[in-house]
Each structure stands twice: as C-alpha cells, then as structure tokens.
Design a protein around this ligand. Structure first.
Ligand SMILES: O=P(O)(O)OC[C@H]1O[C@H](O[C@H]2O[C@H](CO)[C@@H](O)[C@H](O)[C@H]2O)[C@H](O)[C@@H](O)[C@@H]1O
Length: 252
C-alpha cells in the first residue's frame, strides 16, 4: 500500500491503531492539489473513512494544516476531533472547544497593499489573506515565481525577524516566526485523547516536515508524499484500508 516500502522501513513502525494518533495534513495529502485554494474537492467517502478511523483510534485524529480552521470546518464538517490551523497558530483542541490563537504580530498594511499591487502586475497571481500573514500564489502565473519570492523576502527581511517566508506549493507564504506544525503536534499530543498515543503524521510539503520530525521525536512515525506515498489517492486508499481494519496485520 505504501509507495516506497524501503523508505518507510527505515522509520519507526506504524503503531497498532489502538495506540495511534493520526495527524493529517490537508492540501496535497487528504485532497488533491487544485488550481486554486477554493477549488479543492473532498473525494466521496473520505469523510466517512476519517470518521471510522477516528472511532478506531479513540478520537485521536486531527487535521494539521496551513489553512484557517474555518476552511477545514467547511471541507470536513464534524470530521476531525481537533484541528490545528495556520501552521500551528490556531488550535481547536476538541469539537466543543473554543478556537485558541497564539498571539503574533499583525501583518503591516503596507505589505498587503504592495502584495496586491504586485499580483495585479502578474495576471493569474493572487494574494490569499490570512489572519496572521498571507500567501502569494503563482500556480496560474508561473512566470511570477521569482518576482513574488523577491518581494516576500524583502518584506520578511525588513521585519526584524518577526516574519519569514515559507516555501509552499507554487506559492510563497509570509508568516510569523514562533509556531509550526511541529509545535502543533507537540501541543496536541499533550492532551487527551492524543496523550499516551504514538503520533502518525502524514504530509506532502516542506511545512509538514516539522510535523513529521515532531511525531518521530515523540516515538511515533511520519510519512511524506512523494517519498512514502506517491500521491494523495494512495494516502486515501491506505487510510480506507486502515479504517476497514485491513492493515492491522501489518502494524507492530
Ligand atoms: O498545510 P496544508 O493543508 O497542506 O495547506 C497548505 C496550503 O494549501 C493551500 O495552497 C495549496 O493548495 C491549493 C489547493 O490545492 C493550491 O491551489 C495552491 O497552489 C497550494 O499552494 C492553501 O491555499 C494555503 O492557505 C495553505 O497554507
């Protein structure tokens, strides 16, 4: 089921589902990459699969994403037990909990104005605003990659270390220092029902490597597309098999 069994074999093994906590990236892992953020599609059956998996692992299933939590609520309503959004800045620790945010500095308004002016000069490029930063997307304007990167780096350099540029898929994200998917994993794993379980993180992007490192540091494991799974469909198939109990014999 895993695309690259040799890479996976060098990692700590998958714990039995009864002892596992699933920490899942969204874009490019649970759903296929789409031409624009609002165009992703949740495949039929995915929500049911995740609900079954959540039941098997005592609710210990979270989505850990760069997106705002509200968007995960739209795409996967009532599915994960917990959600960490905006690369760990926002957290909802259980379905009834309030959304808690790590305090971070505001994005200077001048940066947003400059970013909007820049994408206007590159048709197809766009700014995705977040509460604590923004993303410069060039998927529909590949020729703008360099110009957007330079602008993002200039802004971050002028922030005195408060912000940095996160490499994303056909995008550059300006976001504050201080949190990442690794800190989100550590925070989630300190509370029930995650506490005492072994984290299994699955992701596809640079920002997911922090989550994978954290999962391994906590005695769990992590898988990355394309090293371990070749595409989101492979992840979905594997999760479906796990949720159906088919992979139990493989677990240690
Ligand atoms: O942490 P993730 O759940 O993987 O989210 C990362 C970013 O995903 C989104 O952008 C990426 O996916 C889009 C839809 O497939 C794609 O059009 C874009 O090119 C990708 O960069 C989202 O827009 C960002 O806010 C997330 O941080």
């Amino acid at each position: 089921m895993i695309a690259n069994p040799e890479a996976a074999a060098s990692r700590p093994k998958l714990p039995p589902i009864e002892r596992a906590a699933f920490l899942l990236d969204f874009d490019g892992t649970l759903v296929d990459i789409a031409p624009a953020p609002e165009l992703v599609r949740v495949q039929d059956g995915l929500s049911d699969t995740l609900r079954r998996l959540r039941a098997l692992c005592g609710d210990a299933l979270a989505v850990v994403t760069g997106r705002p939590i509200a968007q995960i609520d739209e795409f996967l309503p009532g599915v994960p037990y917990a959600v960490a959004g905006e690369h760990g800045i926002a957290m909802r620790r259980n379905p009834d909990a309030e959304l808690v945010r790590v305090p971070v500095p505001p994005v200077p308004a001048a940066w947003l104005e400059a970013a909007e002016a820049l994408v206007a000069a590159h048709p197809g490029a766009r700014v995705e605003r977040k509460a604590t930063g923004f993303v410069l997307h060039y998927r529909a304007a590949p020729e703008a990659e360099g110009a957007l990167r330079e602008a993002a780096e200039r802004m971050a350099e002028g922030s005195g270390g408060a912000f940095h540029v996160q490499t994303a898929k056909m995008a550059w994200e300006i976001r504050p220092h201080g949190t990442d998917k690794g800190s989100a994993v550590h925070a989630l794993m300190q509370q029930k029902p995650f506490l005492g379980r072994l984290p299994v993180f699955i992701g596809d992007d640079v920002t997911d490597e922090d989550g994978i490192r954290a999962a391994i540091a906590l005695g769990g494991t992590g898988y990355r597309i394309p090293a371990d799974f070749d595409e989101p469909e492979s992840v979905r198939r594997w999760l479906t098999a796990l949720a159906a109990g088919e992979e139990r014999a493989w677990a240690v």
